[in-house]
Write a protein of this length. Sequence first.
Length: 186
Amino acid sequence: MNTPSHSILNLAILDRGQLKGCTWPIIVGSWLPDAAIFVFYGWAKVMGLPEQVIWNEAYYTPVWQGIFAIGNSIPLALVGIGWFLWAKSPGGVALSASALLHHLEDLPLHHEDAHQHFWPLSDYRFISPVSYWDADHHGNYGALAELALVLVASVVLWRRVRSRWGRSLLLLVNTVYVGGYWQFYG
């Protein structure tokens, strides 16, 4: 999934009940698993690597895959939830729960770029038959499912968000997603 999708879905799911008001920890937790990928991309651009090399070679090197495994670890997210429950930290629970949701949302939509979600217990990668981007692996359907989920979650959030800034951000993200889908798959 695209990183902003995780934020919208996770806010719709988590920012209520005992985690109500933990908006920023939820947003940070939704981006945290992809943080190493952003660092990787920045490094690759500084190194002058072309896009083809970045995503078809460098991304799959053992060093970078090992780094990505840490941020995409379901066991580590569960440990985080447990730790913050013990410490009675709703913000920490929200952050770790959001990271866990990110991992669970990624599982059905990553094919060749699947993460090692069970690290350090296993190097196993769940290779989904559906990709969120790769047309060779039903990317048009994966992207459509992601778009539909984001639109539904945005309706839920629209009812909760009262600020113009928050609503404007929701409109912007949804406009970009709808336009992007039609540009790539329409």
